[in-house]
Ligand binder design. Structure first.
Ligand SMILES: *Cc1c(COP(=O)(O)O)cnc(C)c1O
Length: 850
């Protein structure tokens, strides 16, 4: 018989052990070794069988064991120490508190997925893990962030393999009562219920679960509750499952329900309502629409007025350099779902307008709702400015107002404890979070090469043990019998150069590029003197049969008895498996189709552990490859035929491995240490380590985006009356309505003579016609720089021109341009809108050039 439902009956904690209940609900244990040690000490054997999940351990530990510990003075002292440490962590003044009271007191961070620990499987890949690392680093820095997401009852799928290597998906059924989350309740103890209107007079209800991530609260909405009709109960069933309708309902719950959950949570707890709203990718875009609706109701603002107020405090991060990866809905679907929502439909539709008039584009909405926007690496910033340039017509790509903040990873989560304890993350400059400018982990200089190498070997050995365990388990699950899996006991070798490749399996990541020349790969694996071993993992989206075929090819290749002791595809890639890989791999391989990897973070995690990257120069690696922290795979960018491009790039990988990687790894000194290899490891830890930190990333977000956004939001609200928002909306409407009449009629230059010399100046005088506008509405700029054969300007400098004279609607502006460089020089004059409330001159997307 199958059970209808399952749950865990816990032993009651004896009074002296009560603090354990508090420790287990604060997910800081997931990155705090001393807290984990304490849970392990509860029952070391159980800790092992529960896979290091303290929630499970607490659920299963026997009452007798608890009774013993409740009288164990040493254990109780340890418990008290850990509790005190958490208390200190929760209340101390940290970096953010040094910014003063003017910094925003509350910031909301929306994401469709959060990867915090494998115990809370609410993520599919990089986007979610980044969101988790963002929360953890914000907590470490004292940033008053509140996360908002959904609680998926089946999370993302668990991956298995069939006998012939086809991906199998299994959806676990998560009971929130068995997760480290707490239900948000009102003063009377009743569960808070959030409601979102749906078409045909239906309503979607949700409960709010709160996960505590250090100092940061994460609110997760859950629609699987009795108040809902059966269809609505399923809205939060799975991450990225279902059709468009289902996805739209999820995104409405995330955005609209998320804002409502925040309102409820802040008023329950007395925390200030957020001033800044950060949307991590387009999925959460409806949060802005809900905030607009709120202001139209509470303050009687019109939609455009409310939009001005909301934009100021909104930050949007785009993660998708692949146009096909952008989240879009049929416009008709939006019309149906928002017909009765309470905002003018045409204005809402305009937010998501794109090239295809039948589509509603969530990224475009994100950019129109967020006054500040960014990509996630320098290269991705550039790609995004290109991809979204049509939203700012008339501007050069470089002027498109999308900046970049390069992703980072949470060191305490991803670094092997042994390395941290050796001192690989110490800096004589102080805590990297508090130092402006480049930081070096120079503590690594004090570690002897032999010691560093021994630790790397230890971690490689731990990975090998884990690979053997998983190989065995996988072989059995694919139908092998005990007598056939003996080979897994000696598969892999703790002294063989170990290369890792693990990530989701969309086609641009090219899982099977390394199989381009199978014989060549085989030769590398079986090299008698200098072999390599390869650990591979990754999930394909359940609806992507192409991805599953790639996995199958890989699995079948690795099944070959001749090489299976040197190459393994391990199913079930998740945070729990990933850690072993980042700790133990010598080389981290990444071969995306440039520039389709927005940032990539797995290579950063490898680098924090002294792993050397072997990667296409894409995402973060384009920025921080420095010649000593690994190898750059040359790209065949210009080659149009994809097959040919793969061939060229695959060959480059084989060549790099055989001519650079293998020799360096196997070249040993008298003590058996590969000195030159260890120097690269040391360099990576020292120089790349401090760059890839999530604390650096969050600090960049605070300084470059959150603080300025809070100022904009406050300027618009002006104490709550929103007068500036009203004025600004009117002003922008007037500007845009009349912009077509602006014309640069004439420009003349005097002063430099026929053959200008360096050091002289050019007097520019421009006549501008402004029939519908006044000079205070605009800024006239002289733009100048080097000029190429096609008259395109490069390295442009702009200076404002002064209003000199007016005659009716004709105005004259002047500026003096210095001639500071020799060579071809060009200039032009352009007119831009002017407003104190612009974060960027390109913001309104209008410009008129001479
Ligand atoms: C870091 C990480 C990712 C993202 O890695 P990318 O390099 O960005 O593809 C995905 N899954 C897990 C489990 C991770 O730890």
């Amino acid at each position: 018989m199958r059970a209808l439902r399952r749950f865990t009956v816990r032993a009651t904690l004896p009074a002296p052990l009560q603090p354990l209940a508090q420790l287990v609900t604060n997910l800081r244990w997931s990155w705090h070794p001393e807290t984990r040690d304490l849970f392990e000490a509860l029952d070391p054997e159980l800790w092992r069988t529960c896979g290091g999940d303290p929630v499970k351990v607490l659920g299963e530990v026997s009452a007798e064991r608890l009774a013993t510990l409740a009288k164990d003075r040493r254990f109780l002292r340890r418990l008290q120490d850990v509790v005190d440490d958490l208390q200190e962590y929760m209340t101390a003044d940290l970096w953010y508190q040094s910014l003063g009271a003017d910094a925003p007191q509350s910031i909301a961070y929306f994401s469709a997925e959060f990867g915090i620990t494998e115990v809370l499987p609410q993520y599919s890949g990089g986007l979610g893990i980044l969101a988790g690392d963002h929360l953890k680093a914000a907590s470490d820095l004292g940033v008053p962030l509140i996360g908002v997401g959904l609680l998926y009852r089946a999370g993302y799928f668990e991956q298995g393999l069939s006998a012939d290597g086809w991906q199998l998906e299994h959806y676990p059924s998560l009971d929130p009562h068995g997760l480290p989350v707490k239900l948000l309740r009102d003063k009377d103890g009743a569960a808070v219920v959030i409601s979102v209107p749906l078409p045909e007079a239906r309503t979607l209800h949700a409960h709010v679960w709160r996960a505590q991530v250090g100092r940061v609260s994460l609110l997760l909405l859950d629609s699987d509750i009795e108040e809902n009709a059966p269809a609505e109960r399923l809205v939060t069933d799975r991450l990225y499952g279902g059709d468009e309708d289902h996805r739209l309902r999820q995104e409405m719950l995330l955005g609209i329900g998320g804002v409502r959950a925040l309102r409820a949570y802040c008023s329950q707890t007395g925390r200030p309502q957020p001033e800044v709203f950060h949307a991590n990718e387009g999925h959460a875009g409806f949060q802005g629409v809900e905030r607009i609706r709120e202001l139209t109701v509470s303050h009687g603002l019109t939609f455009p007025e409310a939009l001005q107020a909301v934009r100021g405090g909104t930050v949007f991060t785009t993660h998708t350099p692949v146009p096909a990866g952008i989240d879009r809905f049929p416009k008709a679907l939006i019309e149906r779902y928002f017909a009765g929502f309470g905002v003018p439909l045409d204005q809402l539709l305009a937010l998501g307008a794109e090239e295809d008039p039948t589509k509603f584009n969530m990224a475009h909405m994100g950019l129109r709702l967020g006054q500040r926007a960014n990509g996630v690496s320098e290269l991705h910033g550039q790609v995004s400015r290109h991809m979204f340039r049509d939203l700012w017509p008339g501007f050069d790509e470089d002027d498109v107002p999308i900046t970049s903040i390069t992703n980072g990873v949470h060191a305490a989560t991803w670094t092997a404890r042994e390395l941290v304890e050796l001192g690989t993350q110490r800096s004589s400059q102080g805590d990297p979070a508090e130092v402006e400018g480049p930081v070096h982990f120079d503590g690594v200089d004090a570690i002897a090469a032999g010691e560093l190498w021994n630790t790397r070997r230890l971690l490689r050995g731990r990975l090998v043990d884990e690979v053997r365990r998983r190989l065995r388990e996988t072989a059995l699950s694919r139908g092998a019998v005990e007598s056939e899996v003996g080979w897994t006991d000696s598969a892999f070798d703790p002294d063989v150069l170990t290369i890792g490749f693990a990530r989701r399996v969309p086609s641009y990541k090219r899982l099977t590029l390394m199989l381009k020349d199978p014989e060549r790969l085989k030769a590398l694996l079986l090299d008698p003197e200098r072999p390599i071993q390869l650990v591979i993992a990754g999930k394909s989206h359940p609806a992507d049969d192409g991805g599953k075929q790639l996995i199958q090819r890989m699995v079948q290749f690795a099944d070959d008895p001749e090489i299976r002791h040197r190459i393994a595809f391990l199913p079930g890639y998740d945070i729990g498996m990933a850690r072993y890989l980042y700790w133990g791999c010598d080389v981290w391989l990444n071969n995306p189709l440039r520039p389709l990897e927005a940032c990539g973070t797995s290579g950063m995690k490898a680098a924090l552990n002294g792993g050397l990257n072997l990667s296409i120069r894409d995402g973060w690696w384009d920025e921080w490859f420095d010649g000593q922290n690994g190898w750059a795979i040359p790209t065949a960018d210009g080659v149009a035929d994809p097959d040919r491009r793969d061939e060229v790039e695959a060959r480059a990988i084989y060549d790099l491995i055989s001519t650079q990687v293998q020799p360096r790894f196997y070249e040993r000194d008298r003590d058996g240490v590969p000195a030159r290899w260890v120097e690269m490891v040391r360099h990576t830890l020292r120089e790349t380590g401090p760059k890839v930190l999530a604390s650096r990333m969050v600090r960049d977000y605070v300084q470059q985006l959150y603080v300025p956004a809070s100022y904009s939001a406050r300027a618009m609200a002006d104490g709550g009356g929103y007068a500036p928002a009203r004025e600004e909306a009117a002003r922008r409407m007037h500007l845009l309505a009349n912009w077509g009449t602006v014309r640069v009629a004439h420009v003349e230059a005097t002063g430099a003579g026929d053959t200008p010399e360096i050091g002289s100046t050019l007097a520019l005088r421009a006549e501008v016609e402004l029939p519908g506008l006044s000079p205070s509405d605009i800024e006239v700029q002289a733009a100048y720089g080097r000029v190429d054969d096609a008259d395109a300007l490069h390295g442009v400098t702009t200076i404002p021109m002064d209003h000199e004279q007016a005659d009716g609607s004709r105005h004259w502006f002047t500026a003096t341009v210095p001639l500071e460089r020799t060579g071809a020089f060009g200039y032009t004059v352009r007119v831009l809108p002017r407003s104190a409330h612009l974060a960027n001159p390109a913001e309104l997307g209008v410009v008129t050039s001479a």
